[in-house]
Ligand binder design. Structure first.
Ligand SMILES: NC(=O)c1ccc[n+]([C@@H]2O[C@H](COP(=O)([O-])OP(=O)(O)OC[C@H]3O[C@@H](n4cnc5c(N)ncnc54)[C@H](OP(=O)(O)O)[C@@H]3O)[C@@H](O)[C@H]2O)c1
Length: 326
């Protein structure tokens, strides 16, 4: 694929995030929305029509008309569509969580690698301008050895009929929100060595609140996620010489404050455009043109480390989905 190839995207699923992805594509150089397929034809037709794309009659037909697939269904079906796309020779950008457990994710990664196809979990925060600016700032003017990540997000207004409340879809706050926090902890502190979780399961059986203390290779993370009460959405990275606060909502990062023990304060401000999903999409397109099969920013190992934390937390809470085999 040459540097000026226009990448034709297909989307499976036609819900909330699919629409945001389609909106974001307008901000991605050399990318167009080519086709959409979902299990119900009407939402797929409406989404395709809104963005000048074609609604396909089947997943297999969609595979025939695209260069890359964005998986925007709920997480119970991510593996099924990723594996089918790999069989059809298509690279995959897969919404988070790429799979509900490490065993399934490993199978997806192994298949992508064996097929020599690009596969990336759509974990958006590291691709925002602010996150890159923060990384560069902390490299140039460090806050010492980083040993603490504190991140939380809990929203009290998730309606009971939202898919995040569905056991059959692999819902729950851990997989919906906690996975972002697991990313932040892994990104700054390395692999998790020990996870201790306190939380509760709600009326539908999925977790509605969880508080995690995680011991990592290089420090400790304190994380919380929830769907039945209101909590702040900022994140703190702590080092021996200072702190960096990514202001809410930290998973759509636009502002950060770095405070040093010597009294200095540095404000970082980097507004984002296009809704934010466009940055990870642009990165994926660049990788695809370069012939890469893995992102150096959102690597397979990072995805595995993230889901290992969620697996451990779910074990602590006794949460198992009906479609998970032994
Ligand atoms: N990166 C982010 O910022 C972000 C934000 C929100 C969500 N997400 C992730 O995006 C995914 C989707 O979330 P959402 O809020 O967009 O959910 P949603 O609004 O319920 O949309 C899901 C779409 O996928 C379709 N679908 C579900 N299961 C399917 C299957 N087995 N086969 C074919 N189509 C299927 C649904 O069809 P029906 O209409 O028939 O149900 C619907 O069109 C989740 O994994 C979530 O974690 C990411």
């Amino acid at each position: 694929m040459s540097n000026d190839t226009t990448i034709r995207w297909g989307i499976v699923g036609a819900g909330r995030i699919a629409r945001r992805f389609a909106q974001g594509l307008a901000h991605v150089p050399g990318a167009v929305l080519s086709g959409v397929w979902s299990r119900r034809p009407e939402p797929a037709r409406a989404l395709a029509a809104a963005f000048g794309a074609r609604a396909f009659d089947s997943f297999d037909a969609l595979m025939g008309g695209i260069d890359a697939l964005y998986i925007a269904t709920m997480q119970d079906s991510h593996p099924q569509y990723a594996l089918a796309a790999f069989s059809a020779g298509k690279p995959v950008l897969c919404e988070k969580p790429a799979a509900v457990n490490a065993r399934t994710l490993q199978k997806m990664i192994d298949t992508a690698r064996a097929s020599k196809l690009l596969f990336m979990e759509a974990m958006k925060p590291p691709f925002y301008p602010l996150y890159g600016q923060l990384r560069a700032h902390l490299a140039a003017d460090p806050i010492g050895a980083i040993g603490l990540v504190r991140a939380g997000c809990s929203m009290a207004n998730v309606p009971l009929d939202h898919p995040s409340y569905s056991m059959d879809s692999g819902g729950g706050a851990l997989l919906d929100i906690g996975v972002y926090e697991a990313f932040l902890a892994v990104d700054w502190l390395g692999e998790a060595l020990d996870v201790q979780t306190i939380g509760r399961l709600g009326p539908t059986g999925v977790d509605t609140f969880a508080s995690l203390n995680v011991r990592h290779e290089r420090g400790v993370a304190q994380l919380f996620c929830g769907m039945d009460l209101q909590g702040r959405g900022d994140a703190l990275i702590g080092g021996t010489l200072g702190t960096a606060t990514i202001h809410e909502n930290w998973w759509n990062p636009a502002r950060a404050t770095v405070r040093y023990l010597d009294g200095r304060t540095v404000e970082l401000d980097a507004p984002f455009e296009g809704g934010g999903l466009n940055y990870e999409t642009a990165h994926f397109c660049e990788l695809l043109r370069a012939g890469a099969i893995e992102s150096p920013v959102m690597s397979h190992a990072t995805s595995m480390r993230m889901i290992a934390i969620i697996d451990a937390a779910r074990r602590d809470l006794g949460l198992r989905f009906p479609f998970e085999s032994e």
